[in-house]
Design a protein around this ligand. Structure first.
Ligand SMILES: O=C(O)CCC(=O)C(=O)O
Ligand SMILES: [Fe+2]
Ligand SMILES: [Zn+2]
Length: 380
């Protein structure tokens, strides 16, 4: 964090500091309690692990700032009246917490103009740090990447997955097979077209990422296509705010039942965080339950769902490709919808899939990014 203007204490009142800091010099307040919590002294922080030992309930309930001064290296020294605790803090830590790394800051929205080549990396080179970083960067920015040059062998995903994240078991085990089944437990195992969807919105938590690896694909048809659900949500927000409101506010149920599982979950189709940033799209015609509620709101929901579905179906948003044996694609299942065209039931087509936990991918990206650039607090 570099700033041309040195931080200054503008004023001290008993329970807060008014600070001027950063290039804009815009003043902001820090509560005494926050300063006490941020103390990095040997009593408050375990030196080896860097983890906090201090116990909030043992501070004096009312803390008063007795003095606060910056030293020449911009560290702020604070003394509290009640327990005479001396606290040293880095003032750069107080505008936004540098330990909170919001993945949404890195999203770059895309449409059909995204060239699949630009998001393709090579399996043979994935143990080179640059290629590995390139993969994680594509995933962090676009939520989508293709890995080519993989062996077309069953079980290969267990070798690819650790470069991306950690496998989260699906209903049928760590890996699942996608091939024609005459009486499928899930339409993914039919030969029908599968419209754009996110997987398993009825699970809690929903699988964060999905890898699909192609072992055989000789069929006419069965092509893959993907869409940035956030780009379509953004279009909806700008052009149909009523519909955007409905899809972000209406809680709907997604459910799946088979002989061995009864899953259900309630969530909005488009989930936002407290700041209104897009967090998660849950879209799956197959597992969305009939929407219940006040008739007017339900009507508005279906109109909104239909409009969003039409946007997804618009070729202007779709990136299409045919998975070749030895190729795998990886999608952020909170953001990017995937689909496949119909194929003849007699065709030789076999994919394997796996889900990954959501947070390891972001973490691996940050670790790789730090190694690559030396930059910790990465904000796009
Ligand atoms: O068959 C395909 O290409 C995709 C299947 C699918 O959507 C899935 O397994 O999640
Ligand atoms: Fe799927
Ligand atoms: Zn301390």
């Amino acid at each position: 964090m570099t700033s041309t203007v040195l931080p200054r204490v503008l004023s001290i009142s008993s329970d807060k500091l008014l600070i001027a800091s950063g290039a804009d010099g815009a003043p902001y307040m820090i509560a005494a309690q926050t300063l006490r919590h941020a103390c990095t002294c040997g009593d408050c922080i375990d030196e080896k692990s860097g983890q906090r030992r201090s116990d909030v309930s043992r501070w004096p309930p009312k803390l008063t700032i007795a003095s606060a001064k910056f030293d020449p290296s911009d560290l702020l020294h604070v003394r509290f009246k009640e327990d005479s605790h001396r606290t040293t803090v880095n003032i750069g830590d107080f505008k936004t917490d540098p330990f909170f790394n919001s993945a949404s800051a890195r999203n770059e929205l895309w449409d059909a103009s995204l060239d699949p080549e630009a998001v393709t990396v090579s399996w043979q080179r994935l143990n080179e740090p640059l290629e590995h970083h390139a993969l994680l960067e594509r995933l962090a920015h676009f939520g989508f990447a293709i890995v080519s040059g993989c062996p077309a062998q069953p079980g290969f995903i267990t070798r690819l997955a650790p470069y991306v994240g950690r496998i989260k078991e699906s209903r049928v085990g760590p890996l699942f097979d996608v091939r024609f089944d005459p009486s499928p437990s899930n339409l993914a195992f039919s030969a029908d077209e599968l419209f754009l969807h996110t997987d398993n919105p009825y699970r809690n938590p929903v699988p964060g990422w999905q890898i699909l690896h192609c072992i055989v694909n000789t069929s006419q048809g069965g092509d893959s296509y993907v869409v940035d659900g956030f780009a379509c949500a953004d279009h909806l927000k700008r052009n149909y705010p009523e519909y955007y409101a409905s899809l972000t506010e209406t809680l709907v149920t997604f459910a799946f039942r088979s002989t061995d599982a009864h899953f259900s979950s309630r969530r909005p189709v488009i989930a936002l965080d407290d700041d209104g940033h897009l967090v998660q799209v849950s879209f799956n015609d197959r597992s969305l339950r009939p929407v219940l509620g006040a008739v007017g709101e339900v009507e508005r929901f279906y109109a909104a769902y239909r409009r969003y579905r039409r946007l997804l179906a618009d070729p202007a948003y779709q990136v299409r490709f045919k998975l070749q044996p030895g190729q795998a694609f990886i999608v952020n299942n909170f953001r990017v919808l995937h689909a496949r065209g119909a194929f003849p039931a007699t065709a030789a087509r076999h994919l394997q899939g796996a889900y990954l936990d959501s947070d390891w991918v972001n973490s691996n990206f940050l670790v790789a990014h730090h190694k690559h650039t030396g930059d910790h607090g990465y904000v796009a």
